[in-house]
Each structure stands twice: as C-alpha cells, then as structure tokens.
Write a protein that binds this ligand. Structure first.
Ligand code: FES
Length: 118
C-alpha cells in the first residue's frame, strides 16, 4: 500500500484498487485531495460536476462525506438514470466533500508523476 503524507488528525482517504492512502483537508473534495497529492483522477469536465468521469463508489465512510447537493444528484440521474436513484454509494469525486475517513473505489487513479511514490 502506498501512503502519501498522512497525518492522524486529518481525514484519511483510501483509494482502491490502487490502494493509495492520502489525507484530505476538511471540506476538500475527493478529487481536490487527490490532485493536491499529485494523483491523477479521471475527469473529462475538469471537475465541474457535469461529465461523471470522476464517478466513484464509496466502500465505507459514506457518512463522512457531505450529502450530494442538488447539482450532483441532477448530474448523476441525468447520466446514470435509475442506476443512480437511491444509490448513495455512487458519488462524483469532484463534488463529494470530505469530513472524515473514507474508502472509495475508482479505477484509473494513479500518481501523475513517476517520483510521487519515492
Ligand atoms: S470531473 Fe466531471 S463530473 Fe466530476
């Protein structure tokens, strides 16, 4: 498991299946935390909440994310239809704000520069 700059007093994010662990600042989005740690998180719209490319599955700690706002829910339903209805585990990483420890699954998350794991 690769651990990047973690501190015990900050929310911890475990990203699967890459098994990257990073810390997040309170209120930061999942994607913001990843990018701040020089990780690539798949996106098409650049974090505007309209493409769903950043979609991830919350494995645990769902209660440690701020609830999805109106625009996030609207995008999820528009892009995913019934799959998104009532499934609070599906979140947009560019919109989901962290308040505590969370484990997510998102394929394609990886260090964006080769030396980040050194
Ligand atoms: S990056 Fe496009 S919806 Fe999140």
């Amino acid at each position: 498991m690769l651990t990047l700059e973690t501190k015990n007093d900050m929310p911890q994010l475990l990203i699967l299946p890459s098994q990257l662990t990073i810390e997040a600042r309170d209120g930061e989005t999942l994607m913001e935390a990843a990018v701040r740690h020089d990780l690539y998180w798949p996106t098409t719209c650049g974090g505007q909440g309209i493409c769903t490319t950043c979609l991830c599955v919350i494995e645990s700690g769902q209660e440690n994310l701020e609830p999805a706002g109106r625009s996030e829910r609207k995008t999820l339903v528009a892009e995913l239809g019934e799959r998104a209805q009532g499934n609070a585990r599906l979140r947009l990483a560019c919109q989901a704000r962290v308040r505590g420890n969370v484990t997510v699954t998102k394929r394609g998350v990886r260090p964006s520069s080769p030396d980040v794991s050194a």
